[in-house]
Design a protein around this ligand. Structure first.
Ligand code: IPD
Length: 271
């Protein structure tokens, strides 16, 4: 576990620099024709994903050779209580279809503590960052979640083929029944960053991976929001359901989505 603040300072500086650089590299790939493949149903991979991830890991390894890595494309690399969790391009389907809503998302865990997170959305000129106990920022502006009446709330509902379609359509129905509206923009990491920035009021998905969520979850918490215990039940390696929202919407959204309640209840509601 990191007890020395200087060790975390060094990682925070490196994180912000490499996330920015990775965003620029992703932007260069976005501007030219590249190879695109499907690795599963509606699950894309492009040649940019691997190259951006390799660049991030080589930069961080050069500075912190004893640290471990978990990347969306390369999987686990090394064993340490200092762990970097990397999504080189989140919103890959958007990226593959020339839709600019994508980002690079990187989180750093010190032992079991989610300590740092950064997200670059290069087509928007946005860099989001958060450090445990020290707030969350969009470029140089401190972020705060926006509380609102549930009837005026905008909640993003992420979708992937990892859960049955009927679980997703039922989730939409239950969230709409609260009076909130929903959207699906195709990047879980940016969806969470938007909650932190106060642009939307909540983000929910019935299964999502840790590389898509950890940086954004820290941002939501540091911006005054509430999140479920994503890392419980092996969320780091197996993924989990996620719910993040402004605190005043917690009760209504936990009740509507089932996320944040006991796991067995969730299983019952989504099956
Ligand atoms: C996906 C996106 C999407 C979310 C999926 C993720 P990827 O990640 O974050 O918004 O709904 O669960 O798998 O494949 O674009 O890195």
């Amino acid at each position: 576990m990191i007890t020395d603040g200087k060790e975390l300072d060094a990682r925070e500086q490196a994180l912000v620099a490499v996330t920015r650089e990775a965003g620029e590299l992703a932007r260069e790939f976005f501007a030219k024709p590249i190879e695109i493949k499907l690795k599963g149903k509606q699950d894309y991979i492009t040649e940019a994903d691997g190259q951006v991830e390799r660049m991030i890991i080589s930069r961080l390894k050069a500075r912190f050779p004893g640290d471990a890595f978990l990347g969306e494309e390369g999987g686990a690399d090394g064993k340490s209580d200092r762990l970097w969790v990397i999504d080189p391009i989140d919103g890959t389907a958007n990226f593959a279809h020339a839709i600019p809503h994508f980002c690079v998302s990187i989180a750093f865990m010190a032992g079991s503590e989610l300590a740092l997170g950064a997200i670059a959305a290069p087509m928007y000129g946005e860099l989001y960052r958060a450090r445990l106990g020290r707030g969350a920022f969009l470029n140089d502006r401190a972020m705060r979640v926006t509380d609102t009446d549930i009837k005026q709330a905008v909640v993003e509902l992420g979708w992937s083929s990892r859960r049955p379609v009927r679980a997703y359509t039922s989730l939409i129905e239950r969230v709409l029944a609260t009076g909130a509206t929903f959207l699906r923009a195709g990047s879980g990491a940016l969806g969470l960053a938007y909650v932190a920035a106060g642009r939307t009021h909540g983000y929910c998905e019935l299964h999502i991976n840790s590389w898509d969520t950890l940086a954004g979850l820290l941002m939501v918490r540091e911006a005054g929001g509430w999140t479920n215990d994503f890392l419980g039940s092996d969320g780091l390696t197996r993924g989990n359901a996620v719910l993040a929202c402004a605190p005043g919407l917690k009760d209504a959204l936990v009740a509507a989505t089932g996320v944040g309640q006991a796991n067995e209840k969730l299983e019952r509601r989504i099956s």
